[in-house]
Design a protein around this ligand. Structure first.
Ligand code: SF4
Length: 451
């Protein structure tokens, strides 16, 4: 019996793991006759894959659902589904707050989505299903990737830390690693499909393998992928300073495909703030970690995450964060103003920093981060680097864009036959967040900045 093709539109908020989950939703729904559409006006099923990391992301959910509810009225029979971290947190409450939603599913039962969609379609009733943890055996889920050059591969789910500002452990649960064999098999298939790069994902990717028996570590996985697959580039994010061990750094230095960039959130540059965040390390520990990375891989790119305006943060503690950015000389920092989250201890603490002061600090920190990032990019001027061309630049459609092994964005004039290729580019300009380049001669061998 032929399945009537329907159209599904997915809007994804938040991190790379959410983007990877959305690709798996497309894979699952194709099995019950849904094809992806980028035009929501054509959708029979509209899915919002949500993020709960900050209040702004959560508020956005309800404004989108309001618009979608109006849209749904013009498309009788169409369905609205909500997944991701806000859905995991709210559950039934989301239906009360957002009429028009037909399906609510969580972060632990993605594999159930086809059944929930069919049930809502057949019964016309609201379906809410939230699981409190992942199934005993992690299901292998089909995937339809939205990019043909670089692929996301989730290797560990959840987080065992309890940082006092973070909702992730509440909505994503405890750490669960996939088996090394299933990941190697997936990456082999990606290589056969022509993918050049794989980014290994986890809320705490550096804890990969700790929960397996016998336990292994991320360095073991990188070595296995390097030895057993021909994938050209390997990356991983997001790490935790306590779990980024020497064996992992050594593996990055040793495995040719492992790219020389580390994203290690420090969150603050002050010990009292780190203690109150329950991050589990001191600024000095982080300094030593950076020294170890730079000892093994001198030109590695190091980026981080920073929160300003954490409850009780004094001017001096904030300035400690600013001076650490200059001292470490980060290649880039994702910065954010502290946002109180439900289910987290710090949300109810006294000494909340006024919003105006938070944003004043954020503006100041961003100006320092930009200056430091620009300085970090100066040594690239005149150098030839290998970049993986990902597509056209969003800003200039005569320019292609891609990334160095150190995860620097490079824009250069070029034409589409280079997309998906590793090419040699000479850097002619350096901005805080991107480099400008030109392609001299196609046969030029790469003069890599690192190793
Ligand atoms: S390590 Fe990261 S994901 Fe885990 S609780 Fe802390 S901030 Fe959240």
């Amino acid at each position: 019996m032929s399945i009537q093709t329907k159209a599904v539109y997915i809007e994804t908020f938040g991190c790379q793991m959410n983007k990877s989950d959305s690709e798996h939703m497309f894979g699952l729904l194709e099995e019950i006759g849904y094809q992806s559409t980028s035009d929501i006006q054509l959708a029979d099923l509209m899915i919002l894959n949500t993020c709960a990391i900050r209040q702004g992301a959560e508020d956005k959910v309800f404004s989108y659902l309001g618009q979608w509810h109006r849209l749904k009225k013009s498309r009788p029979g169409s369905l609205i589904a909500v997944g991701g971290c806000v859905a995991q947190d709210y559950g039934e409450q989301l239906i009360k707050q957002s009429p028009g939603v037909d399906i609510v599913f969580g972060t632990h039962n993605l594999h159930r989505l086809p059944e929930l969609v069919l049930k809502a379609g057949q019964t016309g009733k609201v379906v809410v299903e939230i699981a409190q943890q992942l199934p005993e055996d992690l299901p292998e889920i089909p995937v339809i990737r939205q990019n043909s050059v670089s692929a996301w591969v989730s290797i560990i789910y959840g987080c065992n830390y309890n940082c006092t500002y973070c909702i992730v452990p509440y909505v994503r649960g405890r750490e669960r690693s996939r088996t090394l064999e299933s990941i190697v098999q997936e990456v082999k298939e990606l290589d056969q499909q022509g993918f050049i790069e794989v980014t290994l994902l986890g809320q705490n990717v550096t804890a990969y393998g700790n929960d397996l028996s016998p336990s292994i570590h991320l360095g073991n996985l990188l070595e296995s992928l390097g030895a057993q697959t021909d994938i050209k580039r390997l990356r991983f994010l997001t790490g935790h300073p306590r779990d980024l061990t020497i064996p992992i750094i050594e593996a990055v230095a040793k495995v040719p495909q492992a790219c020389e960039n580390f994203h290690i959130p420090i969150q603050a540059g002050d010990d009292r703030t780190l203690r109150r965040m329950a991050r589990g390390y001191k600024v000095d520990t982080y300094r030593q970690l950076v020294e170890q990375i730079r000892a093994y891989i001198p030109d590695a790119a190091i980026t981080t995450d920073l929160i300003v305006g954490f409850p009780g943060e004094t001017d001096q503690e904030f300035m400690n964060t600013v001076s650490l950015v200059e001292e470490i000389s980060f290649d880039g920092c994702n910065t954010a103003a502290y946002s109180p989250r439900s289910h987290t201890p710090s949300a109810n603490w006294d000494q909340q920093v006024p919003e105006e002061l938070k944003h004043e600090r954020l503006r100041f920190l961003n100006s320092v981060v930009n200056d430091v990032a620009k300085k970090r990019n100066q040594p690239y001027l005149g150098k030839k680097v290998e970049i993986l061309v990902e597509g056209y630049s969003a800003r200039n459609n005569t320019h292609l864009t891609g990334r160095t092994r150190t995860n620097k964005i490079v824009n250069f004039p070029g034409t589409n036959e280079l997309i998906g290729k590793l090419v040699s580019i000479t850097i002619t300009g350096a901005n805080p967040w991107s480099l400008i380049g030109t392609q001299q001669h196609s046969e030029d061998s790469c003069e890599l900045i690192s190793n």
